[in-house]
Write a new protein. Structure first.
Length: 379
């Protein structure tokens, strides 16, 4: 008879290490899993390092069987989520296990804590915020995720739904061959924009990185403000995100669109950093850091991801918005292929009912390569 499952809160440095390291056991035989950098995961869950904790609180747990860690989960209450997604909305995430009994016990533990915090609705998985790794992968298990996207075991869906959860929203990513991509209709729209003196598409200026990052993320807060699940980034989070992103930002792959001299749209494209870190096994020291720095000097990846793109809300639904979006895509595509040797682009995530962004992501030849689901349940 198997030993019973016990759940205990993460309290010590050793507990945090066990919490982070558990993923290596869960995915030890999964060829599509990309080991994350352990320093990044520790930074995510540590108050004082991640400014998300300035407006949110979280609890972490480990599931053990026979004294050995076999699962983990987080539960979190974010005051900004309360304001933008409704009072009483609590969330959980970072679920990892190979054990169905552990999954059930962990989800129940997270729910009980959320009830103690006064929450009336449980939503997940979200790890830890909508800006980190939201949703459970339910399609695309055979393909490694691109940078900053999640990967999960197929069993999780049945375990979560078995705990009484129903779909809240699906998030999609689209893959397209950018090396040979073109469309006559879109090409004409781009050519018209290039001739329009009111439009300027410029590269980001890394010598003014702090100002450029603040500009882009303020545009993001405006462009995404009506989206389901939106939670604004605070000034501290903008600064933190900028610091993390700076080493993987390349001027040719990040563009800002100006209309009559006013910044109104942006697009960030990242080389698929997962291709550069996969063999590091999560460790930067003693040699991983040097390897990564060398690879980042002139990255050569087969894939790139567009994690963030937006057009000012006042232009939503207009022909100008579409024109600017396609111009940003094309300008970046030319350099991604010509200067970085990138062959495949991934757009997303995108809400399944965001018709404006879907119309842009559904480029000729594009297809959905991953689907992520956020679940909800009344407590």
């Amino acid at each position: 008879m198997a030993d019973p499952i016990t759940i205990r809160a993460v309290e010590t440095k050793a507990d945090r290490k066990a919490f982070v390291d558990l993923a290596w056991d869960v995915y030890r035989d999964d060829p599509a899993w990309v080991p994350p950098l352990k320093d990044e995961v520790h930074g995510l869950i540590t108050p004082g390092k991640n400014p998300w904790f300035e407006h949110a609180r979280a609890r972490l747990w480990l599931a053990e069987r026979g004294g050995r860690p076999v699962g983990r989960i987080s539960a979190q209450v974010d005051e900004l989520v309360q304001q933008h997604m409704g009072p009483g909305t609590g969330q959980w995430g970072m679920l990892e296990t190979r054990d169905g009994d552990a999954a059930a016990a962990l989800i129940a533990t997270a729910e009980n804590w959320l009830r103690e915090q006064g929450m009336t609705r449980s939503m997940g998985p979200i790890s830890l915020s909508i800006w980190d790794e939201p949703g459970l992968e339910i399609e695309g298990f055979d393909q490694p995720p691109t940078a900053m996207m999640g990967h999960h075991r197929p069993e999780y869906r049945a375990w979560i739904e078995g705990a009484g959860y129903e779909k809240a929203k699906d998030l999609l990513t689209y893959e397209v061959n950018i090396a040979g991509w073109h469309d006559p209709k879109i090409d004409r729209l781009i050519a018209m924009g290039e001739k329009n003196p009111r439009i300027r598409i410029r590269k980001v200026d890394k010598s003014r990185f702090k100002e450029e990052a603040a500009l882009i993320l303020s545009l993001l807060n405006d462009a995404w403000s009506d989206n389901w699940g939106f939670v604004p980034l605070t000034e501290s989070e903008i600064a933190y995100a900028g610091k993390k992103l700076k080493p993987i930002i390349y001027e040719e792959l990040v563009r800002i669109a100006e209309y009559d001299g006013e910044p109104v749209a942006f697009m960030i494209t990242l080389p698929d950093i997962n291709e550069l870190i996969r063999d590091l096994n999560g460790e930067l020291f003693p040699f991983g850091f040097v390897k990564l720095l060398w690879r980042l000097r002139k990255p050569r990846t087969t894939r790139a991801r567009v994690p963030l793109m937006g057009v000012a809300k006042k232009l939503h639904g207009t022909r100008t918005a579409s024109q600017l979006a396609f111009m940003l895509i094309e300008f970046i595509r030319r350099d991604a292929v010509g200067k970085f040797g990138i062959q495949t682009g991934e757009f997303g995530w995108i809400l399944e009912d965001n018709t404006g962004m879907l119309s842009i992501a559904e480029l000729p030849g594009a297809h959905v390569n991953h689907r992520y689901r956020i679940y909800e349940k009344a407590l």
